[in-house]
Structure formats: C-alpha cells, structure tokens
Design a binder for this molecule. Structure first.
Ligand code: ADP
Ligand code: MG
Length: 407
C-alpha cells in the first residue's frame, strides 16, 4: 500500500512513528505537508495537487490535522475522500470533534456521560446559565482551545462573568461554561481508540495547584487500566463522532466516565511511552483491514431510492412488536430490515431471526418510509434519519462486508 501521512511536522514523534510502522509492515509511507496541497474542484474530476503537481496513487491517508489549520486540513481530507482514497478519519468527523460544543451536542443524544455545558451569546444570559450549572465554581473554555490553553476554573460567579465578558468581548471568542467535575481532582483518562477497540489508555495527573491535567500544563502520565464501562464509553464516543482513530478524554466522575473531548489527531508519544503499546502499528493494521474491506457509506447508498429511508423505532411496553422475535415480528414480510437493536448501552448489530424484541429497545430499521412511519408510535417517538443514519449503521455494513454476523 501507499500511505500518505498529512502532517506539518515530519520530525514529530507521532509522524515518525506512523511512517516507521507503515514501512515496517512493508508499505510505502510519505509525509505530506497539509498546507502544501491545492484542491481543485471540477465536475466529476476532483483533483489534488501537491507542491503544484497532481497527486495520485495513494491507497490511504492518515490525517494529522493541527487545531490551527482545521478548516484547510479538513478540506484536503475531504478532497482525498472525493477521489476515493481511504482516510483513517473522515473529514466531517474531524471538523465535528474539533469543535467542543458541536461534539458535545452530538454526544448528548446518546448514553454517554458528558459535563453539563452552557453556551450563550448575550451577556445577560451568563448568570442564569451559571445557576443552571449549579453555581460556581465553573469551568470556562474556549470553543477551539487545545493543550489546556483557554481552559479556566472560575471559583466565583463574578470571576466567571468577568472571564466570559473579557474573552467574548472585543476579541469575539466563543466560550463555553461547563460544570466543574471536582471529584476527578485534576486527573483525567485518555483512551486511544483504534477501529472500535481501546488499544491503550493512560491517566494524566495535573501538577499541584493545577486542575488541568494536560501534559503541556505540567501534567504527568501513567498507565491506566480501564474497566469495561470506561472502555465501552470511549469506543461509543468515537463511534458516535465517526472517528476510527480517536483519543477520548474522560474525567472520572462520581457516576462514571464523563467525556470531555474527543481528539481526532491524538499524539502518540505520551501514550506509547507510558503503556509500551505499539499504537502506530495498530493504526496501520486498521488501514490494511479497511482498504481490503472498504466501508460502504450507508448515508448515500440506502437513501438513493426515493421513498426509502432509515428510522429509529422505539418499542414501548404493550407495543405489537414487544415480546416477538425478529423472525415472528412480520417486519421482513413488510420489507423492513432491522439493522441494529439498541438496548440500553448495548448495541446488537445485525440481529438474527430468533432475537427477541423487548420493551425499551430501539430498532434501527431500513425500509419504505410509509411502512416505517406506520410502525412508529405517534408523536415524538420515532426519529427519522433518512438523510443521515447513525454511524452504527455504517458499522453494521462493515461487519456484514467482512462476513461476520452477530446477534
Ligand atoms: N469540566 C471540567 N471539570 C474538571 N476538569 C476539567 C473540566 N474541563 C476540563 N478540565 C481539565 O482541564 C483539562 C483541559 O480541558 P480540555 O477541555 O481537554 O481542553 P484542551 O482541549 O485545551 O485540552 C482537562 O484535561 C481536564 O484535566
Ligand atoms: Mg484536552
């Protein structure tokens, strides 16, 4: 395979390790400076130029997009996608995860712990926002900060107000107000997710007198042995955001993991040194897998037929489907295919005929829109996802493609 690593720093630890890991496994790897690309958009002829020459012949791209070039970087990745090159993380997922508010908004629909967060524009809304967070202390953060810069602990409401007004005043920066997860005491967990699995995890412990555990803020790093809940949360968060490779940062909250941010270009130095795991090698293995069994984009394929769509159907107590199995439900006879069953925090992909349907399940179904609507309870119950089925659906397609069956 020919692998392109998009990075502005060929000498950086992570870039070097990825190149080395690809070469070790017999691939050709080249580090390309993201900013030296030129994107050419023309009908049915998407092209990419690198240092003024057309670039072709790559099988896969590993994007390492820094926060300061998110927009251009994501556009370059998107162009690779248009030319049919496999990108380890999709451009859309990179943009969403980079924006802390957007990422939390997307996560908030799912069963994933997140810190309660408030976003306001009008200064008159600040006070009531802080009150709804339970009062000071609160964390104030810049929407697109990294490395702990722009993350401030405001001990009192007055300080919080002053900080927000300063940041969002003439400088016009977007700031979030966030509930302070005090019990995590300056510690957080970073889980490295690669292809639906946590391959390594570390705990970062903040310096004395500091609540931010970022290594750039003097935090120290140790191996973390995560339990199943933390692992499942990390994998779930990465999946929801559509990232195949992600550094999921979690606070250790009173009631379990609290996902703070999900990084689409996680650095490997700290985590490889702390755990001894060859994360770069895992990423290359993932690429080998995916290039062999390409993922189908269900968003595009399933909804091309007019009148067909994907819908989430919640099963209420007393519903006609409740207590039946997939086989006896009659869904198949009505041309409805159940892609997944969501049961609490468990996702059952590709459920078999003998799988029972129980109250509280949410069935992700594909079929005729009219039929799906007739199955859904009236009101707010069902969620049509015609334009954009959840990432889970994509995962189903993949496991089918790879010949695995579940349920
Ligand atoms: N709501 C919070 N409660 C407690 N600690 C937090 C909270 N938000 C951030 N922190 C601490 O501050 C650090 C930096 O915050 P984070 O949102 O990850 O910003 P950055 O993108 O700059 O790393 C985290 O690693 C964590 O240690
Ligand atoms: Mg962070």
């Amino acid at each position: 395979m020919r692998v392109a690593i998009l990075s502005r720093g060929p000498r950086l630890y992570t870039t070097r390790r990825l190149k080395e890991a690809a070469e070790q496994r017999g691939h050709v790897a080249r580090v390309l400076n993201t900013l030296s690309f030129s994107i050419e958009v023309e009908q049915e002829q998407p092209r990419l130029y690198y240092r003024s020459r057309e670039l072709r012949g790559y099988d896969a791209v590993i994007p390492r997009i820094g926060a300061s070039i998110t927009f251009f970087g994501a556009a370059v990745v998107r162009q690779f996608e248009q030319t049919g090159v496999f990108c380890v993380n999709p451009s859309h997922a990179i943009s969403v995860s980079r924006d802390k508010l957007r990422a939390l908004q997307v996560l908030s629909r799912h069963r994933v712990g997140i810190p309660k967060t408030v976003f306001v524009r009008n200064p008159s809304e600040i006070l009531s926002g802080i009150e709804r967070l339970g009062g000071a202390p609160v964390v104030v953060k810049l929407l697109e900060g990294t490395q702990g810069v722009g993350v401030i602990l405001a001990e009192t409401t007055k300080v919080a107000e002053a900080v927000i007004e300063t940041l969002s005043g003439p400088a016009k920066m977007n700031v979030l107000l966030q509930q302070f997860v005090q019990e995590s005491r300056g510690r957080d967990v970073r889980a490295l997710v690669v292809g639906g699995r946590v391959v390594a995890a570390m705990r970062r412990v903040a310096e004395r007198g500091e609540f931010r555990s970022n290594v750039h803020r003097g935090g120290r790093v140790e191996v973390a042995h995560l339990d199943d809940v933390y692992r499942a949360t990390a994998v779930h968060a990465a999946q929801i955001l559509g990232l195949r490779v992600a550094g999921v940062d979690m606070l250790e909250g009173r009631d379990g993991p609290v996902v703070m941010e999900v990084n689409s270009s996680p650095g490997l130095e700290g985590i490889e040194r702390a755990t001894g795991v060859d994360v770069a090698g895992e990423i290359v293995r993932l690429i080998e897998d995916e290039v062999l069994f390409p993922e189908v984009d269900l968003r595009q394929r399933l909804t091309l037929h007019k009148g067909y769509g994907v819908m989430e159907i919640p099963i209420a107590e007393g519903s006609l489907l409740c207590g039946k199995t997939i086989g006896t439900s009659g869904l198949r006879d009505r041309d409805v295919i159940v892609l997944t069953i969501q049961r609490g925090s468990l996702t059952i992909p590709n459920p078999r005929r003998d799988r029972a349907i129980v109250a509280g399940d949410v069935l992700l179904c594909f079929g005729k829109n009219l039929t799906l609507k007739s199955l859904a309870p009236p009101g707010r119950g069902a969620r049509g996802v015609r334009r954009k089925p959840p990432r889970r659906a994509v995962a189903v397609a993949r496991s089918r493609a790879a010949g695995r069956s579940h349920g």
